[in-house]
Design a protein around this ligand. Sequence first.
Ligand SMILES: [Zn+2]
Length: 365
Amino acid sequence: MSNSKATAMVFEKVGQPFSLTSFDFPKLNTGEILVRVVYATICTSDLHTFYGRRCSHTHSILGHEIIGSIIEIPKNGINDFYGDALKVGDKITWSVYAHNCNDELAKRGMPQKSKDLFKYGHEKINETYKLNGGFATHCHLKRGSTIFKIPKNLTPKEATPLNCTHATIAGAIRLAGDLKGKNVLVSGVGMLGLSACAMAKESGANVVFAMDVEEKRLQQSKRFGADLSLNAKEHLEVSLKIAKEFGGIDVIIETSGVPSAVENGIKMLNIGGICVLIGSVYSQRDISINAETIVRNLLTIKGLHNYIHEDLAKAIVFLSKNNTKYPFEDLVGKEFPIEQLDIAFDFADKQSCYRVGVQPNNIIS
Ligand SMILES: [Zn+2]
Protein backbone atom coordinates (compact mmCIF):
# COMPACT_ATOMS: atom_id res chain seq x y z
CA MET A 1 0.00 0.00 0.00
CA SER A 2 1.19 3.51 -0.83
CA ASN A 3 2.08 5.56 2.22
CA SER A 4 -0.16 8.42 1.09
CA LYS A 5 -3.32 6.34 0.87
CA ALA A 6 -5.83 5.46 3.52
CA THR A 7 -8.28 2.58 3.58
CA ALA A 8 -11.72 2.64 5.16
CA MET A 9 -14.73 0.41 5.56
CA VAL A 10 -17.46 2.65 4.16
CA PHE A 11 -21.05 2.43 5.39
CA GLU A 12 -23.18 2.69 2.26
CA LYS A 13 -26.60 1.39 3.19
CA VAL A 14 -28.42 -0.11 6.17
CA GLY A 15 -28.07 -3.88 6.19
CA GLN A 16 -25.40 -3.94 3.49
CA PRO A 17 -21.83 -5.08 4.08
CA PHE A 18 -19.25 -2.34 4.55
CA SER A 19 -17.31 -1.47 1.42
CA LEU A 20 -13.51 -1.53 1.63
CA THR A 21 -12.49 1.73 -0.07
CA SER A 22 -9.20 3.50 -0.69
CA PHE A 23 -8.75 7.28 -0.27
CA ASP A 24 -5.92 9.71 -0.94
CA PHE A 25 -4.61 11.50 2.12
CA PRO A 26 -6.38 14.85 2.59
CA LYS A 27 -4.75 18.23 2.09
CA LEU A 28 -4.76 19.73 5.58
CA ASN A 29 -6.33 23.12 6.26
CA THR A 30 -5.36 25.37 9.19
CA GLY A 31 -5.98 23.69 12.53
CA GLU A 32 -6.30 20.21 11.06
CA ILE A 33 -4.22 17.10 11.60
CA LEU A 34 -4.04 13.62 10.17
CA VAL A 35 -3.71 10.60 12.43
CA ARG A 36 -3.08 6.94 11.88
CA VAL A 37 -5.87 5.18 13.72
CA VAL A 38 -4.39 3.02 16.47
CA TYR A 39 -7.62 1.53 17.78
CA ALA A 40 -11.36 2.03 17.51
CA THR A 41 -14.26 0.49 19.43
CA ILE A 42 -17.81 -0.14 18.31
CA CYS A 43 -20.16 2.01 20.36
CA THR A 44 -23.85 1.14 20.74
CA SER A 45 -24.74 4.17 18.64
CA ASP A 46 -22.66 2.73 15.74
CA LEU A 47 -24.83 -0.39 15.99
CA HIS A 48 -28.03 1.71 15.96
CA THR A 49 -26.83 3.41 12.76
CA PHE A 50 -25.63 0.29 11.00
CA TYR A 51 -28.80 -1.68 11.70
CA GLY A 52 -31.09 1.22 10.77
CA ARG A 53 -32.45 1.87 14.24
CA ARG A 54 -31.74 5.57 13.68
CA CYS A 55 -31.28 7.70 10.60
CA SER A 56 -27.80 8.58 9.47
CA HIS A 57 -25.97 9.98 6.47
CA THR A 58 -24.47 7.73 3.82
CA HIS A 59 -21.91 7.18 2.54
CA SER A 60 -19.97 7.57 5.76
CA ILE A 61 -17.27 6.05 7.92
CA LEU A 62 -18.67 5.01 11.28
CA GLY A 63 -16.74 4.88 14.55
CA HIS A 64 -16.23 7.80 16.94
CA GLU A 65 -14.43 6.04 19.79
CA ILE A 66 -10.99 6.37 18.25
CA ILE A 67 -7.42 6.89 19.31
CA GLY A 68 -4.67 7.74 16.88
CA SER A 69 -1.04 8.57 16.35
CA ILE A 70 -0.33 11.91 14.65
CA ILE A 71 1.30 11.59 11.24
CA GLU A 72 0.86 15.14 9.91
CA ILE A 73 0.34 18.51 11.58
CA PRO A 74 -0.20 21.94 9.98
CA LYS A 75 2.88 24.07 9.25
CA ASN A 76 2.02 26.60 11.95
CA GLY A 77 1.57 23.83 14.53
CA ILE A 78 -1.31 22.84 16.74
CA ASN A 79 -1.80 22.65 20.49
CA ASP A 80 -3.62 20.22 22.73
CA PHE A 81 -6.34 21.21 25.24
CA TYR A 82 -3.71 22.34 27.75
CA GLY A 83 -1.91 24.57 25.22
CA ASP A 84 1.04 22.23 24.74
CA ALA A 85 2.34 21.82 21.19
CA LEU A 86 1.50 18.53 19.54
CA LYS A 87 4.01 16.71 17.37
CA VAL A 88 4.11 13.85 14.90
CA GLY A 89 4.03 10.54 16.74
CA ASP A 90 1.95 11.76 19.68
CA LYS A 91 -0.79 9.32 20.69
CA ILE A 92 -4.03 11.24 21.08
CA THR A 93 -7.72 11.12 21.82
CA TRP A 94 -10.08 13.94 20.86
CA SER A 95 -13.62 15.20 21.37
CA VAL A 96 -16.29 13.28 19.42
CA TYR A 97 -17.13 16.56 17.71
CA ALA A 98 -15.41 19.52 16.07
CA HIS A 99 -17.19 22.75 16.99
CA ASN A 100 -17.24 26.39 16.01
CA CYS A 101 -15.83 28.23 19.03
CA ASN A 102 -17.31 31.57 17.84
CA ASP A 103 -20.83 30.22 17.91
CA GLU A 104 -23.17 31.72 20.50
CA LEU A 105 -23.99 28.37 22.14
CA ALA A 106 -20.29 27.47 22.37
CA LYS A 107 -19.64 30.84 24.04
CA ARG A 108 -22.43 30.04 26.49
CA GLY A 109 -20.71 26.79 27.54
CA MET A 110 -22.48 24.38 25.21
CA PRO A 111 -19.92 23.66 22.46
CA GLN A 112 -21.60 20.32 21.74
CA LYS A 113 -24.64 22.22 20.48
CA SER A 114 -22.83 24.81 18.36
CA LYS A 115 -24.00 25.46 14.82
CA ASP A 116 -22.60 23.23 12.06
CA LEU A 117 -21.25 20.75 14.58
CA PHE A 118 -19.13 18.04 12.95
CA LYS A 119 -19.39 14.65 14.64
CA TYR A 120 -16.81 11.98 13.96
CA GLY A 121 -18.31 8.74 12.69
CA HIS A 122 -21.56 10.43 11.66
CA GLU A 123 -20.75 12.66 8.70
CA LYS A 124 -21.44 12.11 5.03
CA ILE A 125 -18.27 11.73 2.98
CA ASN A 126 -17.72 14.81 0.80
CA GLU A 127 -14.98 16.21 -1.43
CA THR A 128 -13.03 17.79 1.44
CA TYR A 129 -13.77 15.53 4.40
CA LYS A 130 -13.66 11.84 3.70
CA LEU A 131 -11.78 10.23 6.56
CA ASN A 132 -14.32 11.17 9.23
CA GLY A 133 -14.57 8.01 11.33
CA GLY A 134 -12.70 5.37 13.26
CA PHE A 135 -13.17 2.36 11.02
CA ALA A 136 -10.39 3.45 8.70
CA THR A 137 -6.62 3.39 8.70
CA HIS A 138 -6.52 7.19 9.09
CA CYS A 139 -8.67 9.97 10.45
CA HIS A 140 -8.71 13.62 9.37
CA LEU A 141 -9.20 15.87 12.41
CA LYS A 142 -11.06 19.09 11.75
CA ARG A 143 -10.38 22.48 13.30
CA GLY A 144 -12.44 22.82 16.50
CA SER A 145 -11.64 19.32 17.78
CA THR A 146 -10.27 19.33 21.31
CA ILE A 147 -7.19 17.14 21.46
CA PHE A 148 -5.53 15.40 24.41
CA LYS A 149 -2.36 13.32 24.62
CA ILE A 150 -3.08 9.87 26.02
CA PRO A 151 -1.32 9.14 29.32
CA LYS A 152 1.39 6.54 28.79
CA ASN A 153 -0.02 4.12 31.37
CA LEU A 154 -3.25 3.55 29.41
CA THR A 155 -3.61 0.70 26.93
CA PRO A 156 -5.55 1.17 23.64
CA LYS A 157 -8.44 -0.90 25.01
CA GLU A 158 -8.66 1.36 28.06
CA ALA A 159 -8.13 4.66 26.26
CA THR A 160 -10.38 4.27 23.21
CA PRO A 161 -13.80 4.60 24.93
CA LEU A 162 -12.58 7.75 26.75
CA ASN A 163 -13.99 10.27 24.27
CA CYS A 164 -17.52 8.85 24.38
CA THR A 165 -18.36 6.76 27.46
CA HIS A 166 -16.09 8.15 30.15
CA ALA A 167 -16.31 11.79 29.05
CA THR A 168 -20.11 11.63 29.06
CA ILE A 169 -20.08 10.21 32.59
CA ALA A 170 -17.65 12.90 33.74
CA GLY A 171 -20.18 15.40 32.36
CA ALA A 172 -23.06 13.72 34.20
CA ILE A 173 -21.12 13.88 37.46
CA ARG A 174 -20.33 17.55 36.83
CA LEU A 175 -24.08 18.19 36.56
CA ALA A 176 -24.82 16.10 39.66
CA GLY A 177 -22.48 18.27 41.76
CA ASP A 178 -20.41 17.20 44.74
CA LEU A 179 -21.04 13.48 45.42
CA LYS A 180 -19.10 13.31 48.69
CA GLY A 181 -21.12 11.38 51.26
CA LYS A 182 -24.10 11.03 48.93
CA ASN A 183 -25.92 7.88 47.87
CA VAL A 184 -25.83 7.45 44.09
CA LEU A 185 -28.06 5.24 41.98
CA VAL A 186 -26.64 4.28 38.59
CA SER A 187 -29.60 3.21 36.49
CA GLY A 188 -28.50 0.86 33.70
CA VAL A 189 -25.06 -0.72 34.01
CA GLY A 190 -23.90 -1.13 30.44
CA MET A 191 -20.64 0.55 29.46
CA LEU A 192 -21.83 4.01 30.58
CA GLY A 193 -23.20 2.67 33.86
CA LEU A 194 -20.02 0.81 34.79
CA SER A 195 -18.03 3.97 34.19
CA ALA A 196 -20.57 5.88 36.32
CA CYS A 197 -20.26 3.40 39.22
CA ALA A 198 -16.47 3.73 39.26
CA MET A 199 -16.44 7.51 38.82
CA ALA A 200 -19.12 8.02 41.49
CA LYS A 201 -17.15 5.87 43.93
CA GLU A 202 -13.95 7.78 43.21
CA SER A 203 -15.86 11.06 43.64
CA GLY A 204 -16.52 10.11 47.26
CA ALA A 205 -20.06 8.71 47.03
CA ASN A 206 -21.23 7.01 50.21
CA VAL A 207 -23.20 4.09 48.69
CA VAL A 208 -23.28 3.36 44.95
CA PHE A 209 -26.37 1.39 43.92
CA ALA A 210 -26.41 -0.29 40.50
CA MET A 211 -29.79 -0.97 38.92
CA ASP A 212 -30.38 -3.10 35.83
CA VAL A 213 -32.65 -5.85 34.51
CA GLU A 214 -29.73 -8.21 33.90
CA GLU A 215 -28.22 -10.08 36.83
CA LYS A 216 -24.95 -10.62 34.90
CA ARG A 217 -24.49 -6.90 34.46
CA LEU A 218 -25.27 -6.26 38.11
CA GLN A 219 -22.57 -8.75 39.09
CA GLN A 220 -20.13 -6.97 36.80
CA SER A 221 -20.96 -3.60 38.41
CA LYS A 222 -19.49 -4.86 41.71
CA ARG A 223 -16.08 -4.95 39.99
CA PHE A 224 -16.56 -1.28 39.08
CA GLY A 225 -17.33 0.19 42.47
CA ALA A 226 -21.03 -0.58 42.95
CA ASP A 227 -21.75 -1.42 46.59
CA LEU A 228 -25.26 -2.80 46.15
CA SER A 229 -27.34 -3.99 43.24
CA LEU A 230 -31.05 -3.58 42.61
CA ASN A 231 -32.83 -5.67 40.00
CA ALA A 232 -35.03 -3.36 37.92
CA LYS A 233 -37.44 -6.27 37.32
CA GLU A 234 -38.37 -6.19 41.02
CA HIS A 235 -41.30 -4.08 42.16
CA LEU A 236 -40.35 -0.48 42.89
CA GLU A 237 -41.36 -0.90 46.54
CA VAL A 238 -38.76 -3.65 47.01
CA SER A 239 -35.95 -1.48 45.60
CA LEU A 240 -37.14 1.52 47.61
CA LYS A 241 -37.08 -0.49 50.83
CA ILE A 242 -33.52 -1.68 50.21
CA ALA A 243 -32.36 1.83 49.28
CA LYS A 244 -34.01 3.35 52.37
CA GLU A 245 -32.14 0.94 54.66
CA PHE A 246 -28.95 2.65 53.47
CA GLY A 247 -30.29 6.21 53.55
CA GLY A 248 -32.12 6.39 50.20
CA ILE A 249 -30.98 7.91 46.92
CA ASP A 250 -29.57 11.45 46.62
CA VAL A 251 -28.37 11.34 43.03
CA ILE A 252 -29.40 9.29 40.00
CA ILE A 253 -27.25 8.89 36.91
CA GLU A 254 -29.73 7.46 34.42
CA THR A 255 -28.00 5.69 31.53
CA SER A 256 -30.67 3.21 30.38
CA GLY A 257 -33.00 5.70 28.73
CA VAL A 258 -35.93 3.37 29.44
CA PRO A 259 -38.95 5.59 30.26
CA SER A 260 -40.18 3.36 33.13
CA ALA A 261 -36.66 3.34 34.64
CA VAL A 262 -36.60 7.15 34.52
CA GLU A 263 -40.04 7.36 36.18
CA ASN A 264 -39.19 4.84 38.90
CA GLY A 265 -35.82 6.43 39.54
CA ILE A 266 -37.35 9.85 40.17
CA LYS A 267 -39.78 8.24 42.63
CA MET A 268 -36.80 6.90 44.59
CA LEU A 269 -35.09 10.26 45.14
CA ASN A 270 -34.60 11.73 48.61
CA ILE A 271 -35.58 15.32 49.36
CA GLY A 272 -33.21 17.62 47.46
CA GLY A 273 -32.34 14.81 45.04
CA ILE A 274 -30.88 15.27 41.57
CA CYS A 275 -31.54 13.08 38.55
CA VAL A 276 -29.19 13.39 35.58
CA LEU A 277 -30.53 11.86 32.38
CA ILE A 278 -28.03 10.77 29.75
CA GLY A 279 -29.48 7.53 28.33
CA SER A 280 -32.63 8.91 26.70
CA VAL A 281 -31.15 9.39 23.26
CA TYR A 282 -33.67 7.51 21.15
CA SER A 283 -37.27 8.27 20.26
CA GLN A 284 -39.62 7.15 23.00
CA ARG A 285 -42.88 7.86 24.78
CA ASP A 286 -43.29 10.81 27.16
CA ILE A 287 -42.53 10.08 30.78
CA SER A 288 -44.97 10.67 33.61
CA ILE A 289 -43.75 12.78 36.52
CA ASN A 290 -45.76 14.19 39.41
CA ALA A 291 -44.98 17.91 39.48
CA GLU A 292 -46.13 18.26 43.09
CA THR A 293 -43.51 15.69 44.13
CA ILE A 294 -40.81 17.66 42.30
CA VAL A 295 -41.87 20.85 44.09
CA ARG A 296 -42.40 19.44 47.57
CA ASN A 297 -39.29 17.26 47.50
CA LEU A 298 -37.09 19.98 45.96
CA LEU A 299 -36.02 17.71 43.13
CA THR A 300 -33.83 18.64 40.16
CA ILE A 301 -33.88 16.86 36.81
CA LYS A 302 -31.12 17.60 34.30
CA GLY A 303 -30.23 16.29 30.86
CA LEU A 304 -26.84 15.91 29.20
CA HIS A 305 -26.10 15.13 25.57
CA ASN A 306 -22.45 14.63 24.69
CA TYR A 307 -20.14 16.75 26.87
CA ILE A 308 -17.86 19.75 27.16
CA HIS A 309 -14.07 19.67 26.77
CA GLU A 310 -13.38 19.81 30.51
CA ASP A 311 -15.37 16.59 30.93
CA LEU A 312 -13.04 14.72 28.59
CA ALA A 313 -10.06 16.20 30.47
CA LYS A 314 -11.49 14.93 33.78
CA ALA A 315 -12.27 11.50 32.31
CA ILE A 316 -8.65 11.11 31.16
CA VAL A 317 -7.31 12.02 34.61
CA PHE A 318 -9.81 9.64 36.25
CA LEU A 319 -8.91 6.69 34.01
CA SER A 320 -5.18 7.26 34.25
CA LYS A 321 -5.46 7.22 38.06
CA ASN A 322 -7.80 4.24 38.31
CA ASN A 323 -7.06 1.89 35.40
CA THR A 324 -5.50 -0.70 37.69
CA LYS A 325 -8.25 -0.41 40.30
CA TYR A 326 -11.15 -1.17 37.95
CA PRO A 327 -10.88 -3.66 35.05
CA PHE A 328 -11.76 -1.30 32.20
CA GLU A 329 -9.53 -3.18 29.77
CA ASP A 330 -11.71 -6.30 30.17
CA LEU A 331 -14.71 -4.42 28.75
CA VAL A 332 -13.29 -4.72 25.25
CA GLY A 333 -14.11 -8.41 25.02
CA LYS A 334 -12.95 -9.20 21.50
CA GLU A 335 -11.10 -7.47 18.70
CA PHE A 336 -11.15 -7.81 14.94
CA PRO A 337 -9.02 -6.55 12.04
CA ILE A 338 -10.79 -3.86 10.04
CA GLU A 339 -11.47 -6.09 7.04
CA GLN A 340 -13.70 -8.20 9.32
CA LEU A 341 -15.81 -5.21 10.34
CA ASP A 342 -19.06 -6.92 9.29
CA ILE A 343 -18.32 -9.85 11.59
CA ALA A 344 -17.29 -7.43 14.34
CA PHE A 345 -20.62 -5.57 14.10
CA ASP A 346 -22.57 -8.82 14.13
CA PHE A 347 -20.63 -9.95 17.19
CA ALA A 348 -21.13 -6.60 18.96
CA ASP A 349 -24.86 -6.53 18.19
CA LYS A 350 -25.34 -9.87 19.89
CA GLN A 351 -24.15 -8.10 23.05
CA SER A 352 -21.53 -10.70 23.71
CA CYS A 353 -19.40 -8.02 25.39
CA TYR A 354 -19.49 -4.34 26.34
CA ARG A 355 -17.21 -3.23 23.52
CA VAL A 356 -15.68 -4.83 20.46
CA GLY A 357 -12.31 -3.50 19.33
CA VAL A 358 -11.21 -2.82 15.76
CA GLN A 359 -7.59 -2.61 14.70
CA PRO A 360 -7.61 -0.58 11.50
CA ASN A 361 -3.95 -0.85 10.70
CA ASN A 362 -3.61 -4.60 10.61
CA ILE A 363 -3.99 -4.44 6.86
CA ILE A 364 -0.97 -2.17 6.45
CA SER A 365 2.18 -4.19 6.06
ZN1 LIG B 1 -20.38 6.44 21.51
